[in-house]
Structures are given as structure tokens and as C-alpha cells.
Design a protein around this ligand. Structure first.
Ligand code: SF4
Length: 213
């Protein structure tokens, strides 16, 4: 199995787990669709392949000039390593106000939905976001999402983490000065009350990664 297939399996497994949570998310609600869209280069590769396989090149004309205004401060595994070693977290980069995701269709649907990055898949709110101005997420789902973020980064070691909108720029190698290096998992950060729930999930995630060997 190659890395792209493993990533698709991780996405499918997350969808399976997410089905166990109540969600108000539905087609046409795009409250969480902003340009603060962090992804790995492996995830961006799926999006690029989807755009070319489906002749969606018009989407590339919507991309902002690179580097996009939002850049993540650190990768998940970098943060986990700092936490596990009781080190200070990096200072936040200055960020602009979030704007709507430029890929979003006029009818508030996502043109790359089957291959949307994990950052989009992770946003599942129990209540409509417009109701409280933010997503209402179960703490167990947040833990699951953190684990997946660490595993997805681990899968793309040697790759980079940055804004998806930079990583899918056509005919351009992304400017590496704005990107972060993906790192292996230094240890998973799981709250004590979620460790029993997380154990079988981590075992299945590991079995997906094992198939790469
Ligand atoms: S990629 Fe799709 S799901 Fe993700 S923010 Fe953009 S429009 Fe929304």
C-alpha cells in the first residue's frame, strides 16, 4: 500500500468514528469553511490529483497569492514533543482575520469534498455553528481528531505542513520558508479519561500504517 492509499484509509476510518457522534453538519452549511486551512503535502497531493482527474482547474484561479495569509504555528507532532518534554510552545505567528475558503462554491458546497483535508473533516459540530458562533464539539471527538492529526503527519514524514491553498498552487514548488517540516509521532497526547476509548482506535491506526512496510 502506498501513502496516498493509507491516507484514504485514515479518512474512511475517521468517517466511521465520526458517525458515532451527533452532528448538525449538512451540505450547504459552510460556517467552518475558512482560508485557515492547514494540511500536509500528502493531503494536498490528493486534492491536486482530484482537481486534474475531474478537470477542476478553474479552482486554481481562485487561489490567493502564495504564501496565503494564514500559516500554522507548528505541526501537531512538534507540539506533542514540546508538551511531552515540558518545553514552551512556539509563539503564534501573526494571522489575519479568517476569510471564506476560496474553493467554496457559490451554493456553499465544497468542490473537492471527497478529498477535502483532515482539517475540514475534523470540524463536526453538535449544534449549527451559527447558533453559538463556534463549533460545539464532544471532548472525545476532539481527542480522536488530535490522534488522527498526529498520525496523518507521521504518515507524511519527509513532507511539509502549511496552508492547503499554497500547497496546491499550480506549476509551483511551494515556498518552503512558509512551510513546516512534518515529524514522526513522539508520543500521543490522550487525556486520561479518553485512554480506554483511544486504545482500539490507535491499534487500528497502527495497523493501517503497518501495511506500508
Ligand atoms: S476545502 Fe472544502 S470543506 Fe474545506 S474549507 Fe474549503 S470548501 Fe470547506
Amino acid at each position: 500500500m502506498n501513502k496516498a492509499s493509507a491516507l484514504r484509509q485514515l479518512y474512511a476510518f475517521h468517517q466511521e468514528l465520526a458517525a458515532g457522534f451527533e452532528t448538525a453538519c449538512k451540505a450547504g452549511c459552510a460556517a467552518c469553511c475558512t482560508d485557515q486551512l492547514a494540511a500536509t503535502t500528502l493531503e494536498a497531493g490528493l486534492v491536486k490529483d482530484f482537481i486534474s482527474a475531474n478537470n477542476l482547474y478553474y479552482l486554481l484561479k481562485r487561489l490567493p497569492e502564495s504564501p496565503a495569509p494564514y500559516q500554522p504555528d507548528a505541526t501537531f507532532n512538534t507540539l506533542a514533543g514540546l508538551c511531552l518534554n515540558h518545553k514552551d510552545l512556539p509563539e503564534s505567528r501573526p494571522q489575519g482575520q479568517p476569510a471564506a475558503c476560496p474553493l467554496l462554491n457559490a451554493d456553499n458546497t465544497c468542490p473537492i469534498y471527497p478529498v477535502r483535508p483532515f482539517a475540514c473533516r475534523a470540524m463536526l459540530s453538535a449544534l449549527p455553528c451559527a447558533q453559538n458562533g463556534h463549533a460545539e464539539m464532544d471532548s472525545a471527538l476532539l481527542t480522536i481528531n488530535e490522534i488522527f492529526c498526529q498520525v496523518i503527519e507521521h504518515l507524511d514524514q519527509g513532507g511539509f505542513y502549511g496552508n492547503l491553498l499554497d500547497l496546491i498552487q499550480p506549476d509551483k514548488t511551494p515556498d518552503r520558508s512558509s512551510l513546516l517540516q512534518n515529524r514522526p509521532i513522539p508520543g500521543l497526547i490522550v487525556a486520561p479519561e479518553h485512554q480506554d476509548m483511544a486504545r482500539p482506535i490507535v491499534q487500528r491506526l497502527w495497523s493501517i500504517l503497518e501495511e506500508l512496510r
